[in-house]
Write a protein that binds this ligand. Structure first.
Ligand SMILES: *Cc1c(COP(=O)(O)O)cnc(C)c1O
Length: 429
């Protein structure tokens, strides 16, 4: 069984906490860089591979700069995410804009940045044309729906709101060509947190077959296919990580079987992974502030679901370790909880752990993607900050924790001061 690790010793953690009180997120830059390089190495067998990091997974421009330096682009889905990408110096065709229910202003912002727009729907062709005119390069998002013969692991794309149907997408390429679009791409995203390589290989097969059909029916030759995100990470200690080499080799095999004989080689391969890039290399570091003994044993943390929503939202498993007690037997069973007035504010339910006392650190693992990003302010909870562990061991704050001033920033306090009249119901018109 693989052991979950945390990059700071207890002594270094004590030292860090003196400067940066818990709770906070810590990201390991060296590990993120090594992982990025491993992805690129595995996929270097393709003529034009590019990974566009899904910004929503970890929307911090320091992280984006690290990934840009490793050769990644970004996948953005909103105006603020486009701004984050721009802030990190990632612009032009290094940006994919994969949005849905997109306001016209966001399409304009994507065009201004030079991003490759990935259309979510047939009606968006007309919508985009009116908003900005059609760009010379466009991608379309495919929703495979109820696939012929079905595929147990693909789940139910027909219930998903995203993308074009097969008929629509073929018509779309024909129409876009007529309207003067010159360069084309095809995208799909049909899974989340999927650990099986063959699942992702099947997604590639689906897109390659469609690329051939598009070529045969419309004469449009795609520049690249984008396999989307959804590559899983082993949240549980016993799970196996995706083997990038095996994944790339599997995709290469279907590429050789479909794209090469159809005369469509070279075809670019793109991905927009989020979770797999940063997920395992981020930790939420918190402290036990209370222990409570009622019908169950509870450990109350200084972090809450407002800092990490996945367990409460999806019942997702996040491994928890207690620095300094790594070798202690897991002889207690706890619900590990935050302070929201919501009973699903639980990081772990009935989890065997070493005996915990108030003051102990609790490290919540695999929080480097869809972690702080999903945070919120319900119950007046202030979201925690983010620290970066540099390869030389330095700890750099890359986002401070929120203050009450941040929480109040959207209120007009001058108007509030004026707003004080007693109200006589009889005066209602
Ligand atoms: C969320 C999302 C991603 C990233 O998903 P991961 O599971 O983090 O890899 C990529 N593309 C699109 C369109 C998404 O919505």
């Amino acid at each position: 069984m693989k052991v979950k690790t945390f990059p700071l010793s207890k002594a270094r953690l004590d030292e860090a906490v003196r400067r940066f009180p818990t709770p906070f997120y810590l990201y390991d830059e060296g590990a993120i860089r090594e992982n990025a390089r491993a992805v690129l190495r595995a996929f270097s067998m393709f003529p034009a591979f590019k990974e566009y990091f899904a910004v929503k997974a970890l929307p911090n421009p320091f992280i984006l700069k690290i990934l840009a330096a490793e050769g990644f682009g970004t996948d953005c889905s909103s105006y603020p995410e486009l701004l984050l990408s721009d802030m990190a110096g990632i612009r032009g065709e290094d940006v994919m804009f994969t949005s849905n229910e997109t306001p016209a202003g966001e399409y304009r912002a994507a065009r201004d940045l030079g991003a490759i727009i990935n259309l979510d729907d047939f009606t968006h062709i007309d919508f985009l044309e009116k908003a900005t005119g059609l760009p010379p390069v466009l991608s379309c998002r495919y929703n495979p729906g109820p696939l012929k013969g079905g595929n147990a692991i693909i789940g139910k794309p027909e219930e998903a709101k995203y993308g074009f149907t097969r008929d629509q997408i073929i018509r779309a390429y024909g129409l876009l060509k007529e309207k003067g679009v010159r360069r084309f791409a095809l995208h799909t995203m049909v899974a989340s947190n999927e650990l099986k390589e063959e699942y992702h290989v099947e997604t590639a097969r689906l897109l390659f077959e469609l690329a051939v059909e598009i070529w045969e029916k419309t004469g449009v030759r795609l520049e690249f296919v984008n396999l989307g995100g959804g590559v899983g990470i082993p949240y549980r200690p016993g799970e196996e990580a995706v083997d990038y080499g095996r994944l790339a080799a599997g995709i290469r095999e279907v590429y050789e079987g479909i794209i090469v004989p159809a005369g469509l080689h070279p075809l670019g391969i793109r991905t927009e992974w989020g979770r797999a890039i940063t997920g395992p290399y981020g930790w939420l570091v918190s402290r036990a502030i209370h222990t409570k003994h009622i019908y169950r044993e509870y450990i109350g943390l200084d972090a809450s679901m407002a800092d990490l929503m996945r367990p409460g939202l999806y019942g997702a498993y996040h491994h928890i370790t207690v620095p300094g007690k790594e070798e202690a037997p897991a002889e207690a069973v706890y619900d590990v909880v935050g302070g929201l007035c919501e009973n699903n504010d639980k990081f772990a339910v009935q989890r065997p752990l070493p005996r915990i006392e108030a003051g102990d650190y609790l490290v919540i693992h695999d929080a480097g993607a869809h972690g702080r990003a999903m945070g919120f302010n319900y119950n007046g909870k202030l979201r925690c900050g983010e620290l970066l562990l540099r390869p030389d061991g330095e700890i750099l704050p890359i986002r401070r924790s929120e203050t009450v001033e941040d929480y109040f920033a959207t209120l007009d306090r001058a108007a509030l001061a004026e707003f004080d009249g007693p109200y006589d119901l009889k005066e209602r018109p």
